[in-house]
Design a protein around this ligand. Sequence first.
Ligand SMILES: N[C@@H](CCC[C@H](N)C(=O)O)C(=O)O
Length: 328
Amino acid sequence: MAQLLKVHGSENQFFILDQTALTTKLSADELTKLAQTICKPDSLLDGADGVLVVDSSNHADAIGRMEVVNADGSRASMCGNGLRCVSRYLSDQSGQNEFKVETPAADLFVERQAPLAPDVTAFAVEISPVRYQKEAFPFDNLGMDKIINQPLPQLNDHLKFTTIAVPNPHLISFVDNDHDLNDTLGELGQRLNGENKYFPDGVNVNFAKILGKNRLFVRTYERGVGFTNACGTGMSATSLAFALNYPDQVDIDQPIEVTNPGGMVKTKVHPNDAKQWIQLIGNATFTHQVTIDEADLHHANINQANTTVTDTGEEAAYQKFVKSLQLN
Ligand SMILES: N[C@@H](CCC[C@H](N)C(=O)O)C(=O)O
C-alpha cells in the first residue's frame, strides 16, 4: 500500500507524494495525470491546488527534493507554501530541523520554527533566486525589459504593476478597493493564463491591499490553478515589491505580516543583500493521511471506495489559530 498526505500552508492545499516510499516511482506522465485527477474540487478530500512530489536528492547539501505539479498538470519552479509542508515532512522523517531542500532552480535553506499555536507546526523557508529580467518570466510586448511600479495600459487602465520572479513568475499590483481585489484580479488572472501575447507561459497574479506599516493583505490568481487561498511565493514577491515601491511603509529589519484568505504568514525581505531573497514563515499543517494501493496511484484511480482516509485532527487546531488572529 502507498500513502499520500493532505497538507496545507495558509489553506493552499496539496497532496504530498513521496516517490522514495514506492516500489516503483510514478513517471512524469503519471504524475501529470495524478495531479489533474486528484486536484479536482469533486475529488478526494475536495481536491487540492497541486501535488508536491518528494524524492531523494543527489546534491551534497540537500536532504531531499521537491517537485511541484500544479492542479492542471503543469510544473512550477517553486512553491513557497508547499516548501514549508515538504520541509516538515523531511524534518519529521530525518529528525533534522535545519537543512536544504533541492528545488528545480536552487537548493533552499529551511528551518523549523516555534509552533504558531498548539498543534500548528511552522517552518521558515528561503525564497530565491529573485529575478526581474523579462526572460525569467517570460513576458513580451509590454514595452519594458523590467517592470517596477509601472502603468501597463495593455493590461489595465488604472493600476500599476511590478514583475518579480522568485523564480516562478509573479505580476503584482497594489490596489485600494475590493472590486479590483476580486473582479479585476479574476479577469486579469484568467486572461494572462489563457492564450495571450504578454505572458506566453502564464503568470501568477497577486493583488495586495496595504493595511499599514509592514502589513499587507494579498490575494492570488495562480497559474495552473486559478484563485487560491494563498500563494507563498506570491506573498513573498509582493512583500519585496512592497519594500521597493513603498520604502516609507516598510521597515526591512522587521517581519512583514501578510494576511490572506487562508490565514497569515510573515515574510522578511532582504532587498539590499548582494543577492536579494525573502524568508517566508508560516504554518505547515497535515490534515489527512490517505492509504491507497500503489497500482491505483499509477493509474490515477482515486476515489472514496479505494482509499482509507485518516483525519489527523490538525485542522481544528489551525482553525482555532486563524480565529485567534481576528482577521475579519
Ligand atoms: N502555491 C504556490 C505556487 C505554486 C506554483 C504556481 N502555481 C506556478 O505555476 O508558478 C506557492 O505557495 O508559492
